[in-house]
Design a protein around this ligand. Sequence first.
Ligand code: NDP
Ligand code: 5RP
Length: 474
Amino acid sequence: MNKDNKAQFAFGMVGLGTMGRNLLLNMADNGFAVTGYDKSEKMLQIFEEEGKSHNLKGYADINEFVESLQSPRTIILLVPAGAIVDSVILELQPLLDKGDIIIDSGNSYFADTSRRYLELKDKGIHFFGMGISGGEEGARFGPSMMPGGDKEAYAVVKNMLEAVSAKVNDEPCVTYIGAGASGHFVKMTHNGIEYAIMQLLAETYEILKNGLDYDNNQIQQVFESWNNGRLKSFLMEITKDVFLFKDVKTGNLLVDEIKDEAKSKGTGKWTSQVAMDVEMPIPIIDTAVSTRNLSKLKKLRVELNEAFGPTEKIKASKDFIDDLEEAFYFAMANAYAQGMHLLWKASIDYEYGLKMAEIAKIWRGGCIIRAEFLEDIYQAYKKQPDLQHLFSDANVQAKIKKSLKGTRNVVSSAISAGLAIPCFAAALTYFDTLKTGRMPSNLTQAQRDFFGAHTFERIDSEGIFHADWNQKNL
Ligand SMILES: NC(=O)C1=CN([C@@H]2O[C@H](COP(=O)(O)OP(=O)(O)OC[C@H]3O[C@@H](n4cnc5c(N)ncnc54)[C@H](OP(=O)(O)O)[C@@H]3O)[C@@H](O)[C@H]2O)C=CC1
Ligand SMILES: O=C(CO)[C@H](O)[C@H](O)COP(=O)(O)O
């Protein structure tokens, strides 16, 4: 540390918890001069201890922290989303100069990012939202990052972000996402897909455990074999390992000792809420959010389980595990397709200018939803940048077609046995609806017009029509 020159660090981090500390250490590993600020003394100590081989420093005083940064000051926030981000910005603002940069890298709600950008723009401070994914390990050794908004400020940090990000085929898993709050919108959608895939893995576990009576060891083997094939993904990989992890307290497998009530921090819910706002159907993600909420109704579930009785076993054919692999592939593909479709629509409605291929490309490494299948998504949008829906791509279509038979067998067998597979079922019914040339929605329109004079359109002429349904024109 150079004591004669106070402003010695190139990048500063506010929040030295799981993500902030590890990203900062990653930056230090890559040769960047970094400093951090956290109100927790404990976090500062851990940070300095873990980073002792580097020339870095942590501050408990925000004034000293800001003074230690070179101009233009570049400060990344990795604090809990919501009011804390506003309070940190409020503390920083009087200490900053025009041209300084704040990057919010937490899971902030995208509308908050738009508001903060405008508030800080008035004061001459650059602000942009940047989603980050990869958890603790990703932050430490290479995350996927989704910066969007202020292009001028992005140019200042581009090289650093590319250096610290994950790499796939030597290409960085970070790119300029688009205008406005697009970085946080894309990260929110990433998390929506994350919820869907996690729920599909949970339902697969349910089928194997309660439908087929597999023990944890057998379940682990199924996931392990799938992870060596086209279903290879980060979530599949960690899930297979969960089934081997021993509880220190009981010596049993830890998974069996964990309560069946799933918590959430909000990004999945926001994805569903926003999808409703922009009228994009993403029922697998919606169902994954609702299923976490259903899991919280433990007392009611136990009461109704006693009232209605247990589920039955699945009468499995010898190829059932192969069918299950197809069903997982099918439902997973639908989940990614729904997320991408939402991004396609948001890009139009919010004028984000998203490059869909680039998004798939930077999700192939570093992030929680990284998966083999993202290569197919990347290639599809690379070939056709304006592709509305992933399932219009010929390569994806061919693969989906091949997995349909197994999917129908798994979904119908599980439903017949009374097993709860909400996301598998949502995937299949979404797909079947999407490929219905003429839906029964003409009846919905007739009903709306009948009870509320809401009008309808006709197939044989342009215009808006209303019928006097009470005349009983039978
Ligand atoms: N964990 C993950 O896998 C991922 C998290 N994220 C997002 O990243 C953000 C950070 O998450 P994560 O690192 O897990 O959270 P942590 O809780 O581990 O870390 C947040 C840190 O910020 C500190 N902090 C809180 N308020 C202030 C303040 N006013 N000034 C300075 N420091 C403060 C906290 O201190 P204290 O504990 O004392 O309050 C804590 O050390 C969140 O938005 C999260 O959603 C994004 C991707 C992955
Ligand atoms: O952003 C993440 C990964 O990409 C976080 O891990 C995410 O916040 C987890 O969400 P939840 O707590 O709602 O399951």
